[in-house]
Design a protein around this ligand. Structure first.
Ligand code: ASP
Ligand code: MG
Length: 412
């Protein structure tokens, strides 16, 4: 029988009523003839509570015990979901990660799934079980300890199961009804997309992060899992929500498909650095070792052998970046006159696979911002994305203006 994976996030299993509502939806798919693998999150708020308890008990906690505690929220919802389905006469059984087993690396609290054997669950399907309810977010290491996959990890569990069981689709039930062209709280004309390509979804992470864990999208792209984001609070049809899929499956799309933003950026400038071979490595090596996520980089023209180098990084990493560069200077690896941090910037990006074949997107973006009087401080481009750093106070204005300029409220 064809397999369907259905994942229910924390708000969709927040209480017994919602678990019943989710179970009914599972029942509908079982009635259609699917064997269903249900992946559940913990009840909303539960994982935060468990993390809080761990921190209070032991601030420098042993990561193995952190995983033992925080993985428990999913065990509760898996058992309750299986019981609810049984009450509806649907043959269901719960599975904790180690029972499948979901084999992972030993990187506690950030483990990676290495293998999901299908024989145990398939044997039970063969014996008449129609629904396997699997606790998301958890697995087991080679040492036999329980691991967790990082916050939001049950999305990744769901996609990994869909890949392993060659599921027809992986439906992610959540509290929003799909992926939008931009944040509807910023631009009221934001439109829900019917389809979006994997690559675009990855780039739109700032919009999608709340919806899907980034690693789940990477995994879906690698294994070509059809991923559908749907609301668990609305009546469903088969084409509801947003389908995240290969670009070949998207017939019509705008050149730009979404406007993403990130509020918490900082712009750092090293003033007057010696312009010599190896200088970029001398600057960015220590930054990377210090765990600074550098995003955009520009090096200005040099005068008399000296130049300015600007880069952007998350605002929370400014101090770490400053320290790493000061230490590099003390070791004599670099020298600069000054290091200036501008922490009042935001990043706004236009994303779309259509940019690969169409020119003029950058020009239109810059013109739109200039018409609004928004000054661009740094520009970076990739094949399917153009990002600009601007003053944070103009971020909302820029998002709205770009959403209008690229006519994202309509499908081309
Ligand atoms: N319960 C976990 C968390 O809150 C995993 C998940 O829901 O995806 O991060
Ligand atoms: Mg989530």
């Amino acid at each position: 029988m064809p397999v369907l994976v259905m994942k229910f996030g924390g708000t969709s299993v927040a209480n017994l009523d919602r678990i019943r509502r989710a179970a009914k939806r599972v029942g509908v798919e079982v009635a259609k003839g699917y064997d269903v693998i249900v992946i559940v999150s913990a009840m909303s708020g539960r994982t935060n509570e468990l993390v809080g308890w761990v921190n209070e008990t032991s601030p420098l906690f042993d990561a193995r015990e952190y995983d033992a505690v925080v993985s428990s929220g999913e065990n509760v919802t898996a058992g309750l979901m299986a019981l609810t389905l049984q009450e509806m006469d649907v043959p269901a059984r719960s599975w904790q990660g180690w029972q499948v087993p979901v084999r992972t690396s030993s990187a506690h609290s950030a483990a990676r799934i290495e293998e999901i054997p299908t024989d145990n669950i398939n044997a039970k399907f063969g014996e008449g079980m129609r629904v396997a309810v699997v606790a998301g977010f958890q697995g087991v290491s080679a040492e036999g300890r329980i691991t967790t996959l990082g916050r939001g990890g049950s999305d990744t569990t769901a996609v990994a199961f869909a890949a392993a069981f060659e599921a027809e689709r992986c439906d992610i039930y959540t509290d929003v009804d799909g992926v939008y062209t931009t944040d509807p709280r910023i631009a009221s004309k934001a439109r829900k997309m019917d389809k979006i390509a994997y690559e675009e979804m990855l780039e739109l992470a700032s919009l999608g992060a709340k919806v899907l864990q980034t690693r789940s999208v990477e995994l879906a792209m690698r294994y070509k899992v059809k991923l559908r984001v749907v609301s668990s609070f609305e009546e469903q049809s088969d084409d509801a929500g947003t389908l995240v899929c290969s670009e070949e499956e998207i017939m019509e799309s705008n050149i730009v498909s979404g406007i993403a933003y990130s509020r918490d950026e900082a712009k750092m400038t090293l003033i007057s650095v010696a312009d010599r071979p190896g200088i970029a490595a001398a600057i960015f090596g220590p930054l990377s070792e210090a765990g600074v996520n550098v995003d955009m980089i520009i090096q200005n023209i040099s005068e008399e052998g000296r130049t300015d180098v600007t880069f952007s990084c998350p605002i929370q990493q400014v101090e770490r970046a400053e320290k790493a560069l000061q230490q590099a200077a003390e070791r004599g690896e670099i020298n600069y006159h000054d290091l200036v941090a501008d922490t009042d910037v935001a990043k706004v990006s236009a994303v779309g696979i259509g940019m690969r074949s169409q020119s003029g997107v950058a020009a239109r973006m810059f013109k739109t911002l200039s018409d609004e009087g928004v000054n661009i401080k740094v520009i970076a481009t990739s094949e399917i994305k153009i990002s600009v750093l601007i003053d944070r106070k103009y971020m909302e204005l820029a998002v709205q203006a770009l959403h209008d300029a690229f006519k994202l409220d309509k499908v081309a």
